[in-house]
Design a protein around this ligand. Structure first.
Ligand code: CTP
Ligand code: CA
Length: 225
């Protein structure tokens, strides 16, 4: 095939991709967030569309332009991302959770801006757990045979942590990235290994996020049959 011309092997399929990072508000002007750029999720959405899929992209705080031909659902928090993903997943053939979902959110939201008080120490920020969306959609598949893919960023013992996480989440594929201060976040390139619940291990050489995205869709397409 010519470069840039994709085979429409996902034609007739609906895929859901989450991208970006959730923001968990403390008050109207402050939030807890993370450094996810959303670029990997957008690359997944673009490549799936190029391969003929109908794509729903649930985008958390990316600030990126909407990819052509993709249905974009903007969200802010983990709770909103869960709602949007569950809704879109109802008739989806595959769900790919590329978003960085905050594990915790502030227990309380202050309706007005939190102010300093003279001579007083700040109140501690109390956090509560957010729902685990990947584990939930893996356990309660909206359709028989629906493929569920997770992403994991690990700093240590990448493969062992990845295998344990794949089992814990119950998804079909887990893309494991090694991250550090200067690796992956916000960069154009990625290096990863894709672990399968069936025991497979697919190394992804250092390269553009589109290349990793295409490998993920190859693995998904093969499993959708
Ligand atoms: N994820 C999710 N809901 C959460 C947290 C994570 O759906 N509340 C998804 C992410 O989108 C990603 C995968 O789970 O696809 C792995 O995220 P990661 O943060 O690596 O997993 P955690 O179980 O949160 O483990 P850790 O304690 O290492 O952060
Ligand atoms: Ca986490």
């Amino acid at each position: 095939l010519a470069r840039g011309v994709a085979e429409p092997d996902l034609a007739g399929r609906h895929v859901v991709v989450s991208a970006g990072g959730t923001r968990e508000p403390l008050d109207p002007v402050r939030f807890l967030g993370n450094r996810s750029s959303g670029k990997q999720g957008y690359a997944l959405a673009r490549t799936a569309a190029a391969r003929g899929a109908r794509v729903t992209l649930v985008a958390a705080n990316t600030g990126l332009p909407d990819p052509a031909g993709v249905d974009v659902v903007p969200v802010g928090t983990a709770v909103q991302l869960r709602e949007a993903v569950l809704k879109a997943a109802a008739d989806a053939d595959a769900v790919v959770m590329a978003a960085a979902v905050a594990d915790f959110r502030p227990a309380a939201y202050a309706a007005g801006k939190i102010k300093k008080k003279d001579g007083q120490d700040p109140e501690p920020v109390v956090l509560v757990r957010n729902p685990d969306i990947l584990a939930e959609i893996s356990a309660d598949r909206a359709r028989a045979g629906q493929l569920v893919v997770g992403f994991a960023a690990e700093t240590d013992d990448v493969l062992a942590n990845g295998r344990a996480k794949l089992a814990r989440k119950g998804c079909d594929l887990l893309v494991v990235n090694e991250v550090g201060e200067r690796k992956t976040f916000g960069s154009e390139e990625n290096e990863a290994v894709v672990l399968g619940a069936d025991g497979t291990e697919t190394p992804v050489p250092h390269g553009p996020k589109e290349a990793l995205a295409d490998i993920v869709w190859d693995l998904v397409a093969a499993r959708l049959g």
